[in-house]
Design a protein around this ligand. Sequence first.
Ligand SMILES: *Cc1c(COP(=O)(O)O)cnc(C)c1O
Length: 235
Amino acid sequence: MSSIAAKLQQVRQRITRACDGAGRPAQSVTLLAVSKTFGATPVREAHAAGQRDFGENYVQEALAKMDALADLRAELRWHFIGPLQSNKTRAVAEGFDWVHSVDRLKIAQRLAEQRPAHLPPLQLCLQVNISGEASKSGLRPDEVHAVAQAVAALPAQRVRLRGLMAIPEPVEDAAAQRRPHRALHELLTALNASGLALDTLSMGMSADLEAAVAEGATLVRVGTAIFGVRDVSRP
Ligand SMILES: *Cc1c(COP(=O)(O)O)cnc(C)c1O
């Protein structure tokens, strides 16, 4: 077994155990393999081990990788999870299946305008700055209701609002890890109570996926625990 296949198996076991602990079916959590900074070959290995959802942060890097993996396109789902500038929305609208990092209405409007009509709707999550960190991108929790209503009203053939995403401040303590995840879940519940029908909570990474699953994550974004430590000196 390749080392990536072995690590994928370990991560899937962590998810299954966390689901067991929370009384949830293991299939209620999708594993998104975050392949940023890693090349097409590790993605191919992960695909051979059954992985289908991949997350990318940098548009140019992702497009090159998708090109190298074009033969697998029909089987893969590509998720954009990085900061998204206006001048990159067209490439994302044309190349990806999901965007988790929508942090203002203008970005969602551009994605809706630029999503090609022959593709299924682009699936969107709003990124929320749930820990209130000054340096982090994402909507403030008090901004989310208005933006969610406006995004949900965009043309449904082009974009579909699915839920919320957050990157909480890293903390060690398990109870402290659960707090921001619980807050994001409560925000999703409040949006649904106000008439939306959102089904996706994108939260939990290599270090805190158990806490996220315990608080209702439906999709965890895992990089390091699958592909290894990233070379941060790379652009
Ligand atoms: C890099 C990244 C991840 C994966 O983080 P790991 O700690 O390597 O699992 C998840 N989500 C986002 C938005 C990221 O940028």
